[in-house]
Write a protein that binds this ligand. Sequence first.
Ligand code: DNO
Length: 394
Amino acid sequence: MELSFRWYGPKDPVTLSDIRQSNAEFVVTSLHQIPTGEKWKIDSIKKRINFINKYNSKFNVNLKWNVVESIPVHNNIKLRDNNFRKLIDNYKDTVANIAKNKIHTVCYNFMPIVDWTRTQLDYKLPTDGLALRFNYIQIIIFEKFILKLKNLEKRYKPKELDVAKKLYKIMTQKDLNNLKKSVMGGLPAAEKKYSITEFKKMLISYKDFTDEDLKQNLKEFLNEIIPVAEENNVKMAIHPDDPPIPLFGVPRIVSNLDDYKYILNSYKSESNGMTFCAGSLASNINNDVYKIFETFKNKINFIHLRNVKIEKDKKSFYETNHLNGDVDFVKLIKMIKSEEKRRSTNKKTHIPMRPDHGHCLLDDQKKKNINPGYTAIGRMMGLSELRGIISATK
Ligand code: DNO
């Protein structure tokens, strides 16, 4: 595996030196300063590479940018609406420009409106570490009492709505503000921080939009992007919905094995691949992560390793450390290593992998400016646990 670490660029409180100290050798990053939909110019990409190189010297581990995570897909592309033609052209140019800078893996997702979603960013664990959590009832509270959406009984059970109502009554304004912040833009990599009005406006654009509609639009997107990726020897890697369950009444189409079958068969090409995100996939109890890995192993272009524990209601979860969650990482890493061995007849044997998220631990808990899930110490602990497994497995 190419041991990698996500870095949010020069403004990330986690520095390139911190990353080097974690023992990672590769950097996964994106030009987050460029608004979603705009084309990335060759020079802007080069500038980022030069920034990384500036701190590389003959005395230290030379970090290399191996994966772009992400080139976000604009909602107008997902909706095939307004200026989507121009946006697709920009996306193609960006993919080509990345390749011109010798980066050949792109992670992206196709979740409507938001990227990943959590309801709590500081869930206290028995170890005193702080974790990210997704609570199903809190999502209902968010939809019903913050967004004030109607017709929730179509999507939620009467008992769930009842529990949500009772819990809402005892929540303080601070609790509600925290929930709102967690869902609507407290997370890094969110394409945009929405106000309630903007969020509702986005929901309206997806009104009456079905899973089939979104699938069709993803297929059209692949039909246009994959040939450009092929031409430039770029491997696209679609990330699963996080969490892989329906939210806010809008479609989700990258959630399970069948979804991936559809996507990967929509355009058969080595460039049409997946990001295998263990934690995202495992947060839907119906997903068998090992089976998903086994089924699509030759299509896996990028790997995210983190672990989750599904809670009693079977729909909520929190992020555990790598060794304590529902996914057996010893088993999974053995599978990854055997896939790498299988590929070793080809040139590219090592799959880029990054420890995805970590708990907020030690000094990071005292810092004001952190990216939830992306603190240095927690991820470094994650990577260390993974490195232990990697070196102990054949
Ligand atoms: C969250 C990340 C996601 C991921 C995008 C990929 O921690 O895994 O933000 O980068 O969904 O496009």
